[in-house]
Write a protein that binds this ligand. Sequence first.
Ligand SMILES: [Zn+2]
Length: 346
Amino acid sequence: MKTITIRRPDDWHLHLRDGAVMEGVIGDTSRHFARAIIMPNLVPPVVTTADAQAYRQRIMEVLPEGHRFQPLMTLYLTEHTQADDVEEGKRSGLITAVKLYPAGATTNSHGGVRDLDKVMPVLERMAAIGLPLCVHGEVTTPEVDIFDREAVFIETVLDPLRRRLPELKVTMEHVTTKEGIDYIKSAPANLAGSITTHHLIINRNAILVGGIRPHYYCLPVAKREHHRLALRAAATSGDPRFFLGTDSAPHVDPSKECGCGCAGIYTSPNTMSCLAHVFEQENALDRLEAFVSLNGPAWYGLAPNEETMTLVKHDEQAHFPAKRETGAGDITIFDPMFPLHWAVAD
Ligand SMILES: [Zn+2]
């Protein structure tokens, strides 16, 4: 029996939703993760510090008894966001980052930013007070192929923004391409990237070969195999600029299994088992802790967790339910398409 003990991990990109879905899924994160950056794309989105305060309250109310979990709140950047409100949120300790969604990029992003010029005063204030910007790095112009949207975003939006405001700390979230990895590695400072569990495991074939498989559809969409290999190399390298952000994104099954299914993969329940598998395959189990527990807090200026987590590799398969039942309906749990033998010890 093989075991590994690491500091308790954090998730630097998480969707908890709200209401009955949140109540059904939160335990899957708080069981394993000490902290998570909570995405603000609710309906309506979490735009002001007061919205974030109220959302945090709702999260804490449904946290399962005995779980120790700290939600790290974010604000949804709009063209009407007030720099003073953002600064107030950071000073009060409530706000960890501000999230940029290009309008129309993913679930509930229609209120996102169309014209970066309009948000420059907020970004300048964030740079001045050291508050990171988390970006969904895809352009949404219809002429750009969906598989190229991240690379084009880097070239036409992110790089010009970083030249204009080099003091701004930017987290490129859920990097899915070799171009994204290379861009982060080439940056002199103030740029890091989160990588999801599922993008280390699937390429675009998972979505399309043998029939359309909506539970492997997410945004940014999974890319070609050579991109997946670049992500795996970066995640398992120990490079402090890369850390886990699961982007675990629950949608109830009817909203994925339909004529126009939602984007999002629900990975919270088995993420740690999947990651131990991936890191062992890459001969990098000794670097798992850096990816899930050390690099993220260092980037966000927080201390790593003092508590530990032990993962055990069993001879028999570790079993996870196929679906998480919630008061709003069932949510399919990510199937990595290989047997999992690593499990978090109780
Ligand atoms: Zn997301």
